[in-house]
Write a protein that binds this ligand. Sequence first.
Ligand SMILES: C[S@@+](CC[C@H](N)C(=O)[O-])C[C@H]1O[C@@H](n2cnc3c(N)ncnc32)[C@H](O)[C@@H]1O
Length: 253
Amino acid sequence: MGISDVAASGFGAGADDYERGRPSYPDDAVAWLVSRLGIDASSTVVDLAAGTGKLTRLLARTGAQLVAVEPVSAMREKLVDTCPSAAVVEGTAEAMGVPDRSADAVTVAQAFHWFDAEPALAEIARVLRPGGSLGIVFNERDVRVPWVAELSKLIRWDERERWRVPYTVEVDWAEVLAARGPQFEPADRYDTTYRQPMEVETLVARVLSTSYVAVLPADDRARLADRVRAVAEPLGPSFELPYVTVAYAARRR
Ligand SMILES: C[S@@+](CC[C@H](N)C(=O)[O-])C[C@H]1O[C@@H](n2cnc3c(N)ncnc32)[C@H](O)[C@@H]1O
């Protein structure tokens, strides 16, 4: 099964902006995942939809053996540089290309919304060893902050259906797992916050790396970049982009 066209072309065109502009993950959320998923130096962890390795590189600190699965070649090229210790595999959530029962944990950062949930959960269950666990983490821009709400309006996140981005900000992934993943025990959830250090041009890169923005015509992208600069410039040369971060962990039955 392939990935959606907007993901394939958007993440392919935007890999540099992605690496430059996208956030990392908060230490406490990563520590919670590592603990709940039982990851240590003896573990094998599949980081699924690894992108440019934003989560993979944080998991590398545990000494675990890492397998980074990613369908888009431009993202995989970055992964090789950012996570030299990880084995990089071309694959999708629905067909990972990783052996049965080969992983102690599977992690999915900022990507589950792209998956076809049922086949993906069946595939994750196939790859996990008995007693293994799935971890999911998402950063969401904190739109309670007025300039962040303005930014979100600018990138027309609320019109994402138009771009066929299968995403709902308020999705409770524990409920998705309960409804679509009979292979898993009920998920635990951890809520925290994150502040991404920013400069105006990093924010521009962040916006331009959004999958459906990355595929817009160059003129539209340039106009949007100017509007983002206008939102960001009053914040000064350095500022922080606030996120709410939610992590989930669920053990395979
Ligand atoms: C927002 S990025 C997240 C990347 C990385 N995990 C991170 O935390 O920065 C979403 C990733 O999902 C990948 N993706 C999209 N559809 C996918 C699918 N069906 N199976 C696996 N990966 C997929 C994209 O190629 C992209 O790298």
